[in-house]
Design a protein around this ligand. Structure first.
Ligand SMILES: [Zn+2]
Length: 209
C-alpha cells in the first residue's frame, strides 16, 4: 500500500494524530510513515507540537462533566425509586399485615430497577459503590431479619437494619409470610451483593492499571 499519494496521507495525518480516524485509515497512515520520509517529517512536527501542550483541558472537562451528569442522573432516578417504594410500602411494613397489589408492584419495580442500575452502571466508579453498599445493607437487613424470625428473637437495632429489606420487599407479603419474605430477600440480595462485589473488584483493578 505504499503507492498511496502523500497528499492523501497528509490530509489524514491530523485525524491520525488526534486518534479519531478509522482503524483502516490509521493502518494506511502507519504503513506509509514507515516508508516515506517526507510524510514522517510532517508527522514528527505535528506530534512534537502536541507534546508541548498539556493534556487538553477542554476534552477532560467535557468528559468529567458527562460522567458527572451520568452519575447525577442515575442517582436522582435511584432516589426517586427508593422514595417512591418506601412511601408506598412503609405503612404496610410497619403494620405487618398482607400487602396489596400496588405494594407488590412497587417491590417488583424496585427489584427490577436495582438490577438494571447495577448492570448498566458497572463501569461508573461512584455508582458501582452505590449499588455495592445498598446490596450489602439489603443483605444484612434481610439476613439479620431472617435469623431473628427463625430464633423468635429481636433486638433494638434489628428493626432499623431490617428496614432496608422489610420496606422495599414488603410487597412480597401479598404472596408469603414474613419468614419466607426475608428468605427470598436474602437470596436476592446475596446474588446482588456478589455481582456488585465483582463489579467493584473489576473497577478497582482497572484503576490500578
Ligand atoms: Zn508520503
Amino acid at each position: 500500500m505504499n503507492d498511496v499519494k502523500c497528499t492523501i496521507i497528509q490530509d489524514l495525518l491530523p485525524l491520525y494524530v488526534d486518534k479519531v480516524c478509522s482503524s483502516d485509515s490509521a493502518e494506511l497512515v502507519k504503513n506509509h510513515l514507515q516508508s516515506c520520509t517526507e510524510c514522517k517529517k510532517i508527522y514528527d512536527e505535528m506530534t512534537a507540537d502536541l507534546e508541548g501542550e498539556l493534556p487538553c483541558p477542554e476534552v477532560d472537562g467535557k468528559k468529567a462533566f458527562q460522567s458527572l451528569r451520568t452519575n447525577l442522573l442515575w442517582i436522582t432516578v435511584a432516589l426517586a425509586v427508593m422514595v417512591g417504594c418506601f412511601v408506598a410500602n412503609i405503612g404496610g411494613a410497619w403494620m405487618g399485615g398482607p400487602a396489596n397489589i400496588g405494594q407488590f408492584i412497587a417491590t417488583i419495580l424496585y427489584i427490577i430497577f436495582w438490577g438494571v442500575f447495577t448492570i448498566m452502571t458497572r463501569k461508573y466508579g461512584v455508582l458501582v459503590k452505590v449499588s455495592f453498599i445498598l446490596s450489602l445493607l439489603t443483605f444484612i437487613g434481610a439476613f439479620n431479619s431472617l435469623v431473628m424470625r427463625l430464633l423468635s428473637e429481636g433486638w433494638i437495632l434489628a428493626a432499623l437494619i431490617s428496614a432496608f429489606a422489610s420496606v422495599p420487599f414488603y410487597g412480597l407479603r401479598l404472596l408469603m409470610d414474613w419468614t419466607a419474605l426475608y428468605a427470598v430477600a436474602t437470596v436476592i440480595s446475596i446474588v446482588w451483593l456478589i455481582y456488585a462485589g465483582m463489579n467493584l473488584r473489576k473497577h478497582q483493578k482497572s484503576l490500578k492499571k
